[in-house]
Ligand binder design. Structure first.
Ligand code: MGD
Ligand code: MGD
Ligand code: SF4
Ligand code: MO
Length: 813
């Protein structure tokens, strides 16, 4: 037999497929138009040939018999499982008709455009929603508790997000002379070998460890890194804020901070009024707030304070006495007020967290905290990288602030081997808030006023362009302040994975006039839709990726039946729904998004990937010194004061505590001893499985074989006490619900905590309602509430609930 001709297409692994936040270079091997193998691209600077199990299983994914390959229209009752295949033309016309009807009757904001985690979708779902006229693009997780809270919180205090520097900005990677390896990395609630989230590739950290980097691992569970760490701090979930305050306490007491960075680049020397606890602002001062107009009297030294007018960009920031002290300032009204410095208030706050107190809160011994804080602060450079447990607490923002204060005051911000400011490569931002750059925009600021939650929660009005999930779900039931009538769900499966309180989600979806799902498979959520549109995997589409670095294209390798890429689907509908839609082809849209890079889509595709050159605002290092971060081109950060803010101007404006601190989560043995009496175990959820992505891949036999059942990890002594054997089915229960999981008896978890898998449904079971592939049977999210968000609307207690565990009786099995 003649050997078949093999073609190899180099492309970027993103979605759909492995599910991850991706970025890996892969080689797709094609014979006769069919995918026969996927491997890591050895020449790709990101992964250098390495690749995960889910990518290797793509041959099983793309041709899976359960894939939806033509649009499906519901013909029976919702959930009844009766579907009719229709053509794309019929499907587009049907969706258009339904959406136009809702828009005409209720207004476009009555349709919510809902998505899951960071797949190749954010831009395209905004494009569709905005073309239709709705500002309500929603990330379906309660409290938006993944990633965007972290980004918003960091941006609040330093104007830009930052990530661990593993040399990913340079094609030559570790060999680049500009790079310095971190001496120490703090892995803070992060299980990256199985997850690769947020554009950091897990193996980079092991690469660095092989070169000598030491690890501090902060995790209640014995993970890959915990077992190989210099210091492993096994903290109680949800107490990260207290631990970070403990680190700060050691660093301040032992003067391990970078004094020059603190005084030059943070707002430590700015003044805080003692009467209000608020920053002294230009409006408080006589004249136009310039130095000549008023006196700052150093009450301790008994003479006028040292004055530096370099900071006139933010008038109150012009006040630059020493780091510590007490000052008297004459105000516009003639009154003299007592002030202190931001540094003083910060120090006082940190002093509230002596190590014995922090040890009591976190369950980590004080000596271990001290040793870890010293190791971090004395390693130069050092980096911190964190995972989503940081978002998954209602006190997300103060927690993030405390951690960000660590990298700032130790001088590790935007330096080689530290925490490096991360911007989209070449600033090729696809979507944007009104006024900001980005090809895909809301039509007007007016339109944004209807975005649910934008007026209630400060960060949503400023940094997060999404509707607030918990408020949206409630609004479906109340119809206040306006009715919600439709939902477009694309890249998400709330009944099984992202939805907290999934039965509430089911009721909400059932209440709507119109539900559309765009997915590759028939999920429990899709089962409740009126129409399902079949999406393409990453191997079947063209797209772009500018998420941090490098700038990359996704290149089409195969076709699968009639599946279409998300961008194509949304493009066609947007064109139909918006007479002013400005692009004629998808390539035109790509070209506009890429305009900042100076390349067209075709040119970038030719290269495969591109790194921004030195001196570009999206390339490191020390951009705050070079005036590369701020719109006005001045040195400093993109914050209201131009400084890294230890006392947050924005948090103060939002009426929230402006300085980092710790808040006990809402459902813990400490905050709710009443509940803990009946539900004594801490319920942590969602540690990732390398085989699956959230609710995906249970239907891929190669992957299911790696992790066949939904498990709950339990310590051997606890299991023995409860009479539970390894591999036995148990109920995990609390006041909100219960679910059935298989006990995995393991020393990986502490005795006081269990770790439950999430995202489970059983694709092999009956799909129609009420069964919905058994999605409620083993769904740990039935034990987690909605509406338990933080004061700024962000975060959710997903990793620290309470529960009890007991054996499933024989007749219940
Ligand atoms: N208990 C608990 N629950 C959690 C978590 C936890 O830690 N604990 N983690 C939460 C977190 S951090 C997140 S981000 C959410 C994520 O939750 P989601 O992002 O909703 O992820 P999935 O459940 O995998 O659902 C994705 C759906 O989209 C489909 N899909 C995948 N790729 C594409 C694509 O490119 N196009 C289209 N159209 N469809 C696609 C898949 O087939 C699947 O049905 O889950 C959350 N759920
Ligand atoms: N294979 C695979 N990869 C994925 C995903 C997937 O489902 N499967 N999901 C993707 C998504 S959406 C996300 S957000 C990321 C998440 O990726 P990660 O951020 O790595 O998230 P997790 O694995 O949930 O948790 C990381 C670690 O935090 C620990 N932990 C739990 N609670 C706490 C706490 O309160 N404090 C601290 N310090 N540690 C805690 C857990 O024990 C775990 O080891 O992964 C992405 N990548
Ligand atoms: S999970 Fe990791 S290895 Fe797999 S494609 Fe995503 S980034 Fe690459
Ligand atoms: Mo996530």
């Amino acid at each position: 037999m003649a050997k078949k001709e093999r073609q190899i297409v180099a492309t970027t692994a993103w979605s759909a497929g492995p599910g991850c936040h991706g970025g890996c270079g892969v080689l797709a091997h094609i014979e006769d138009g069919r995918l026969v193998k996927v491997e890591g691209d050895p020449n790709h600077p990101w992964n250098q040939g390495r690749i995960c199990a889910r990518c290797l299983a793509m041959t099983k994914y793309v041709y899976h018999p359960d894939r939806i390959t033509r649009p499906l229209k519901r013909v029976g009752e919702r959930g009844e499982g009766k579907w009719q295949e229709i053509s794309w033309e019929e499907a587009f016309a049907y969706v258009e008709e339904k959406l136009v009807k809702i828009r005409d009757e209720y207004g476009p904001e009555s349709v919510i455009f809902s998505m899951g985690t960071g797949r190749d979708i954010g831009a395209w779902i905004c494009m569709l929603a905005y073309a239709y006229g709705s500002p309500n693009v929603m990330f379906a997780l309660s409290g938006l508790a993944c990633y965007s809270p972290r980004i918003a919180a960091v941006t609040t205090v330093q104007g830009d997000y930052c990530i661990l520097d593993a040399s990913q900005w340079f094609p030559a990677r570790y060999e680049d002379p500009r790079y310095t390896r971190p001496e120490c990395i703090v892995i803070w609630g992060y299980n990256i070998p199985s997850t690769c989230p947020d554009n950091v590739f897990g193996h980079w950290i092991t690469d660095l460890m092989k070169q000598g980097t030491k690890i501090i691992c902060i995790d209640p569970r014995l993970t890959f890194f915990a077992s190989r760490a210099e210091k492993w701090l096994q903290l109680r979930p949800g107490t990260d804020g207290a631990l970070a305050m403990g680190f700060l306490n050691v660093i301040l007491n032992e003067k391990l901070y970078d004094e020059k960075f603190v005084s030059d680049w943070t707002n430590a020397p700015h003044l805080v009024r003692t009467d209000t606890g608020k920053l002294l602002r230009a409006g408080d001062l006589p004249g136009d707030g310039n130095a000549a107009d008023f006196v700052v009297w150093d009450a301790v030294a008994g003479k006028p304070a040292v004055w530096d007018t370099a900071d006139v960009t933010y008038k109150a920031a012009g006040v630059r006495p020493a780091l510590e002290g007490e000052y008297q300032v004459k105000l516009a009204c003639g009154q003299t007020v007592q002030c202190t410095t931001v540094w003083d208030t910060f120090r006082r706050k940190v002093a509230e967290y002596p190590l014995d107190k922090v040890a009591e809160i976190t369950l980590v011994p004080a000596d271990d905290i001290r040793a870890a804080a010293r190791l971090y602060a004395t390693s130069k450079p050092a980096a911190i990288h964190w995972g989503e447990p940081i978002d998954m607490t209602p006190a997300i923002t103060p927690t993030t602030q405390a951690i960000a204060d660590l990298w700032a005051i130790t001088g590790n911000l935007d330096v080689p081997g530290g925490n490096v400011i991360s911007r989209y490569a070449f600033d090729a931002v696809a979507y944007a808030l009104p006024g900001a750059k980005g090809a895909i925009k809301l039509k007007s600021a007016e339109m944004d006023k209807k975005r649910i939650g934008a007026d209630k929660y400060g960060p949503l009005g400023k940094f997060i362009w999404r509707a607030h999930t918990d408020l949206v779900i409630d609004q479906i039931f109340t119809g206040e302040p306006y009715p919600v009538k439709g939902m477009w769900l694309q890249t998400t499966n709330p009944l099984s994975g992202i939805g907290m309180d999934p039965r509430k989600w089911q009721k909400a979806l059932e209440k709507l006039d119109f539900v559309a799902v765009v997915d590759l498979f028939m999920t429990p959520t899709a089962q409740l839709a009126d129409i399902i549109l079949p999406a393409a995997s990453f191997l079947e589409k063209e797209s772009i990726r500018s998420w941090w670095i490098p700038l990359q294209t996704i290149n089409k390798a195969i076709d699968v039946a009639e599946c279409k890429s998300d961008v194509e689907i949304n493009f066609e509908l947007a064109r139909r729904l918006d007479p002013e839609f400005k692009w004629n082809t998808v390539h035109e849209l790509f070209d506009e998004i890429l305009a900042n890079s100076g390349m067209t889509f075709a040119e970038l595709q030719e290269k495969g990937w591109a790194f921004p050159p030195e001196g570009h605002p999206s390339a490191p290092y020390r951009r705050f010194e070079k005036g590369l971060l701020r719109a006005d081109g001045k040195p400093g950060f993109r914050t209201p004061s131009g400084k890294f803010e230890l006392h947050s101007t924005l948090r103060e404006e939002w009426g929230l505590e402006p300085v980092a601190h710790y808040e006990e989560p809402p459902f813990t043995p400490v905050s709710r001893p009443d509940l803990a009496a009946e539900y004594p175990l801490i319920l942590c959820t969602g540690r990732r499985s390398a085989a699956f992505f959230i609710s995906e891949h249970r239907n891929i036999p190669w992957l299911r074989a790696l992790d066949p059942d939904p498990v709950v990890e339990i310590h051997p002594r606890k299991a023995q006490e409860l009479g539970i054997g390894n591999g036995e089915w148990v109920w995990v229960e609390n006041w909100l619900g219960k679910c059935k999981l298989k006990a995995k008896v393991t020393l990986e978890v502490p005795e006081w905590m269990v770790m439950a898998a999430h995202g489970w449904w059983f694709p092999e079971e009956k799909t129609a309602a009420p069964d919905l592939c058994g999605t409620f049977r083993s769904n740990i999210n039935t034990l987690i509430p909605m509406n338990a968000v933080g004061q700024d609307g962000l975060g959710s207690p997903i990793k620290h609930m309470l529960c009890k565990v007991y054996k499933v009786r024989g007749d219940e099995a």
